[in-house]
Design a protein around this ligand. Structure first.
Ligand SMILES: NC(=O)c1ccc[n+]([C@@H]2O[C@H](COP(=O)([O-])OP(=O)(O)OC[C@H]3O[C@@H](n4cnc5c(N)ncnc54)[C@H](OP(=O)(O)O)[C@@H]3O)[C@@H](O)[C@H]2O)c1
Length: 363
């Protein structure tokens, strides 16, 4: 069996370019040739501190691929050899359906429902920014926070509670940008976001009603202008510091969605500091009435409607109609394959990524 190059965590604190074998695609699967893959903070959690590693190395890195289909398995009807696709390779402890998972590798086997066709006008490197955070935002809003899924985007009539105050905390992040675009397209009219000032005009352009600087000394008052507390919040950072800020502006009976893991501190990458899968005992800043929703986008496809529609139908339609735009690309294409990934991991572990997605050319 032939081999190809993949970038994988090989031990705690170590990653490398390794040679891996790839199975043939099984029923409902496709084999793709990856052109670009994304890196996210989650990859530093795996590579640097072994977070989410179930003892077994190597663990492939990367969650998004922009790729070309090279082989289709039995029963795949919506995709064909030659199709340009983007895909969300949900994390399953580094082992996928066809060998090593993780998108930072030359060839990859994926389940067909995790793939979306890329519209002709969209470059593959831009497409590689989308799947993980688009799915995270959609799943958090329209499943986990239980907002009604609009019959169409843009919604032809606003939802009944369109003026509900909804906070997107940390909207400079890549998932925050999709959350704003989705809420706006769904017809919501009271979308409050926090981000550093350099992103404000951009986020208003995506559909935020108001944007507030999260470093403001009067943050709570800035968010609750006129005394209106937030009914719903999506914390797209989900660190100890951001939870505390949200607790000050959320209605006691409100709901907050947290993108796991919850980090100690106030940043996305926290090094050796602790990360949690629930708010630690005795450290919950919310009132007992507040609903806390823990989001795990890797399991979004347990919602059958989203499994059948989100990547294959909804995402291509939103992109073709110009309703969703990709994140800004920080493209790493110099040096060897491993060197590019090293540069990206370093940016992420030092919290030096702001409003953009790190994309690695493959190989
Ligand atoms: N469980 C899930 O389903 C799920 C899904 C997606 C993401 N996540 C997690 O969510 C976190 C964010 O991931 P990501 O990839 O979206 O991150 P990202 O795009 O790399 O986030 C970078 C942005 O975070 C913002 N930021 C950092 N600290 C902040 C703070 N204290 N307050 C407000 N904004 C802050 C910065 O905004 P400025 O530029 O404005 O400073 C920066 O632009 C990670 O821990 C990730 O693992 C979980």
């Amino acid at each position: 069996m032939s081999t190809h190059t993949a970038i994988a965590a090989v031990a705690k604190g170590q990653f490398d370019a390794i040679q891996v074998e790839m199975e043939k695609p099984g029923a409902g699967q496709v084999r793709v040739k990856v052109a670009y893959a994304s890196l996210a903070a989650f990859d530093t959690y795996i590579a640097d501190v072994g977070f989410g590693v179930a003892k077994l190395y190597p663990v492939g890195l990367g969650l998004n691929a922009a790729a070309t289909v090279v082989e289709v398995g039995e029963g795949v009807t919506a995709l064909a050899v030659g199709d340009r696709i983007m895909a969300f390779s949900v994390y399953e402890f580094g082992r996928g359906t066809g060998g090593l998972s993780g998108t930072i590798q030359e060839l990859l086997v994926l389940r067909d429902f995790l793939c979306a066709k890329v519209p002709d006008k969209l470059a593959l490197e831009a497409a590689a920014t989308i799947p993980d955070n688009f799915v995270s935002a959609f799943y958090a809003l329209f499943d986990q926070l239980a907002l009604p899924v609009p019959a169409a985007f843009p919604a032809s009539t606003p939802p009944p509670d369109h003026a509900l105050p909804i906070l997107i905390y940390g909207a400079g992040s890549t998932s925050g940008q999709y959350a704003i675009q989705l809420l706006h397209a769904a017809g919501y009219t009271n979308i409050v976001a926090t981000a550093s000032p350099k992103h404000h005009a951009f986020l208003r352009g995506l559909g935020a009603t108001r944007v507030v600087d999260y470093a403001s000394p009067t943050l709570a008052a800035d968010i609750t202008t006129g005394g209106e507390q937030m009914a719903l919040a999506l914390d797209t950072i989900s660190a100890e510091g951001t939870l505390a800020k949200i607790a000050q502006v959320l209605k006691p009976q409100g709901a907050v969605a947290l993108l796991l893991p919850i980090k100690d501190g106030d940043t996305v990458a926290v090094g050796e500091a602790a990360m949690h899968m629930a708010v630690p005992e005795g450290r919950n800043p919310f009132t007992p009435e507040t609903k806390i929703v823990y989001v795990r986008a890797f399991t979004y496809y347990q919602n059958e409607y989203l499994k059948d529609n989100l990547m294959s139908k909804i995402l291509p339609q939103l992109l073709a109609a110009g309703i969703i735009q990709p994140n800004r690309v920080r493209l790493l294409e110099q040096g060897t394959f491993k060197e590019r990934v090293a540069v990206g991991l370093d940016l992420l572990r030092n919290n030096r990524v702001s409003g953009e997605k790190v994309i690695v050319k493959v190989p």
